[in-house]
Each structure stands twice: as C-alpha cells, then as structure tokens.
Design a protein around this ligand. Structure first.
Ligand code: TXA
Ligand code: MG
Length: 339
C-alpha cells in the first residue's frame, strides 16, 4: 500500500529501515534509498524495473557527507560544488568507501549531487545517510515532476510518496564527469554548459550525445526513454512547414497531437490535441512542463505527436536531448533531410 504525505520524519524512518521512498527534488522526483544498504538499493531497481548496469546518483545534504563516499575531489569539481551546490548538477568522482556496489553498478566512479529542495535536504539530514535516488518513474517513462506522476507509475510498489508539489526545473540534473583530466558533460540538464564553462572554462559534451553512432559514457543515456505511446516526431522548419505536417497527417486519417508553443497556437490548426509550454515560452517554462505534457498525450489515443523544436543552447540542450530520446531521434527537417 502506498501513502502520499509530506511527513519528513516518516520518510526518514523508512529510509533508515531500508525502505524506498519517493522524494521531491528541484529537478524531478527521486526514488530514494539508503545508499550504503545493498538490500535497500536493490528495491529501487526492482520498483522501477531498472537495468542493473545503470548506476544511481547519490544525494547528500551536507559537504561532510562527501567523504568518504568520494575517493578524491579534483580542483574543478570543488569549484563546481562551490558555485552550483545545492543544485541541479551531478558530479562524477572516483568512488570512495561505504556505498553499496549496486549503486555504482560496478563502476569505479560515483555520481554525487546535493539537491536544492528543502524537503529533500531535510529528509537526507534527518535520515543521516547518503541517499541513492534515480528519477521515480518506471524505467523508460518520462521522469515524474509531480507526486501524481509517481503515483501513476509506482503505486503499490513503494510505501511512501512525499508530496512537495510540482518540481521547479522539470528536467534532471546535468551530469558532468570530473573523474577524468578534462571534465565532460555526460547528460545535459538543469545547469547549462554555458554556466559551467563560466566557472571552469571550456568543457566537452560526450560524443555519444552528439552522434548516435558513438556509445554514450553515461550508461543511462543508451536506453530509450520518455517516449509517449504515440510516435513523436520533432519538426524543424517554418510555421508553414509545421502546418503542412499536420495537414498531411490528417489526410492520412491520423489523430494528431501537437507539442507546441503557446504563442503559435493558430499555426496548429487541424490538430486534435494541442499541449503547449507557456504562455511566454521561455526555455524554463518548456522544461518545467515537458514531462507532464509527454505523459498527458497518453490520455488521448493519438496516432502521432508533432513537436516544435527548440534552440540547442542553454536549457535548450537538455530539452532537445530529452525530446530526441522521446522521438527515437525522428526529426523531420524542412530542408529535406530526415534525421
Ligand atoms: O535530477 C536528477 O539527477 C534526478 C534527481 C532525482 O536527482 N535523478 C536522476 O537519476 O535523474 P537517474 O538515475 O534517472 O539518472 C542518472 C544518470 C543516468 O544516466 C546514469 O547512467 C548516470 O546518471 N550516472 C550515474 N552514475 C554514473 C557514473 N558513475 N558514471 C556515469 N554515469 C553515471
Ligand atoms: Mg531517470
């Protein structure tokens, strides 16, 4: 039986007893367990149906918790922590001691993040443990940005969902590997490449993110993800081109959904369902509503979903990365090249 509450003590007691608890963070909801306890961590993989070769992020609330779980902390990692913690940045470091091997899926490194959410922080402090937590969705589904999303995926499988309302950022943390000489972004997320470069200078994006032929270095990035039931296609081109795509789908008798921009609603004439990120589609708003929109489409028995594309800079890198995964990399371009 799954309860929904906002009781921090209850959450901490369950965590100390080796149970899993869904917890709000500023990015997405996480499914937390004691990162030092093998049996507790195993329950995370079990509840999510997560492949065991995909390592978990360890969440801390105080820098005192960083040692001994991190083996060493390079200078650039320290600079990033100073500026972005607490916040949406996961830093990969050489693995220290005391963590369950299941957390790191046998790797010699560990991803660590200090979340910037009062409920998450208080639960971690109250439990007095490093908390392993992937996003609290069933594997493959969009990450949960509300307690209701967690409920939809995990009811009956976990004892408690702590309700902290909708999450603020809406996409997951940025994952940066600082265990190597030159830090590499393995997953774009809530903290942008530009923000990171302003602190530690130029950083690379993992080749696996830029080119599909390359194997990503973050195990989780190789899995398909976020996909709604209906196939999703990203449209790159003019408003007239977007309209043509809707019309041609309608001519084929399809029920069409559009993931669009509020200000461009009149361009989506003919679509059966229009979900927008806005009004005023700043990338922050798009990110915040992205997963809720992707989940919502499943309520309408659509045949196809056509999505706007967004600039691949700032938060747009994370948005386009998630959209491309949701679309299985199906991008329809006006210039004729179907990617
Ligand atoms: O915002 C977030 O990061 C959320 C909240 C709950 O903190 N968590 C989250 O966790 O998104 P998850 O498990 O859904 O994604 C973690 C990603 C995966 O792609 C995983 O492969 C990667 O981080 N990762 C974790 N540890 C790693 C490591 N040692 N080396 C490389 N990649 C790692
Ligand atoms: Mg996830």
């Amino acid at each position: 039986m799954t309860h929904i509450s906002s009781n921090i003590e209850a959450a901490a007691s369950l965590l100390k007893a080796g149970e899993v608890v869904a917890i709000p963070t500023e990015t997405v909801y996480g499914l937390g367990a004691d990162a030092t306890n093998d049996a507790a961590v195993a329950k995370i993989f079990e509840a999510k149906g997560r492949p065991s070769d995909n390592p978990l992020i360890v969440h801390i609330a105080d820098l005192k918790q960083l040692h001994p779980i991190a083996g060493s902390v390079p200078k650039k990692a320290e600079q990033l922590m100073d500026v972005f913690w607490p916040g949406a940045l996961t830093i990969i470091l050489p693995k220290g001691e005391g963590l369950s091997d299941k957390v790191t899926a046998g790797l010699s490194t560990v991803g660590i993040r200090m979340p910037d959410h009062p409920i998450a922080r208080n639960i971690i402090l109250e439990a007095g443990l490093p908390i392993a937590a992937p996003s609290a969705n069933t594997s493959g589904r969009p990450s949960p940005t509300s307690a209701a999303h967690v409920w939809d995926d995990l009811q009956g499988k976990i004892p408690l969902i702590v309700d902290g309302g909708p999450t603020g950022i809406g996409v997951e943390s940025t994952v940066i590997d600082c265990s190597v000489q030159s830090p590499v972004i393995l997953r774009p997320g809530g903290i942008t490449q530009e923000e990171i470069e302003a602190v530690i200078g130029k950083v690379q994006m993992d080749a696996g993110l830029l080119e599909q032929s390359q194997k990503p270095r973050s195990p989780g990035m190789k899995y398909s993800h976020y996909a709604p039931i209906a196939p999703l296609r990203i449209i790159e081109g003019s408003p007239a081109f977007f309209k043509e795509q809707i019309q041609s789908a309608k001519e084929r008798g399809l029920k069409v959904g559009v993931l669009g921009i509020h200000e461009k609603q009149s361009d989506y004439e003919g679509a059966d369902i229009i979900l927008t990120c806005g009004p005023n589609p700043r990338l922050q708003d798009v990110a915040q509503k992205l997963y809720a929109n992707l989940r919502k489409f499943d309520e309408y028995s659509l045949d196809v979903i056509l999505s706007e594309s967004f600039p691949r800079e700032g938060l747009g890198q994370a948005i386009m990365n998630r959209l491309e995964k949701a679309a299985g990399h199906q991008v329809i371009k006006e210039d004729g090249n179907t990617k």
